[in-house]
Design a protein around this ligand. Structure first.
Ligand SMILES: [Zn+2]
Length: 126
């Protein structure tokens, strides 16, 4: 556990510690890790349930035999693609990519090319 170097209080993930003078540690509002949430569960229950804890919600899901899945909701779904079906052009592009000569063979670099480079006065200067 890390302790604040100013006030000596423990610092949790997402906390903003004191800078120069002791003050209450503010919790970062954009912290990626944390149990706080505000989820209104409307599926799988007759009455909506408001969850303020991600762990409480996960326990509720598990207790009722549910698990979260991402699924295409139909032709109007703009957020989740239908993974089971792809268009013919994408399939053809994939076929071309994997059938290219040498696509799956070891790559041998070509032999070096000898070049003479001559710098001419006045070129490339502003
Ligand atoms: Zn502090």
């Amino acid at each position: 556990m890390n302790l604040c170097t100013v006030c000596g209080e423990p610092i949790e993930v997402g906390d903003f510690p004191c800078i120069t003078t002791p003050r209450p540690h503010a919790r970062g509002m954009y912290a990626a890790i944390g149990d706080e949430c505000d989820i209104l569960q409307t599926t799988g229950t007759k009455e909506p349930i408001r969850f303020r804890s991600k762990q409480d919600r996960l326990r509720w899901l598990k207790a009722h035999g549910y698990r979260e899945v991402v699924k295409n909701a139909g032709p109007d779904d703009k957020h989740c693609a239908r993974w089971a079906i792809t268009d013919p052009q994408t399939l053809e592009n994939g076929r071309i990519l994997v059938s290219r000569p040498g696509a799956l063979q070891d790559y041998a670099p070509p032999p070096p090319v000898k070049m003479r480079i001559q710098l001419v006065s006045g070129e490339g200067r502003g």
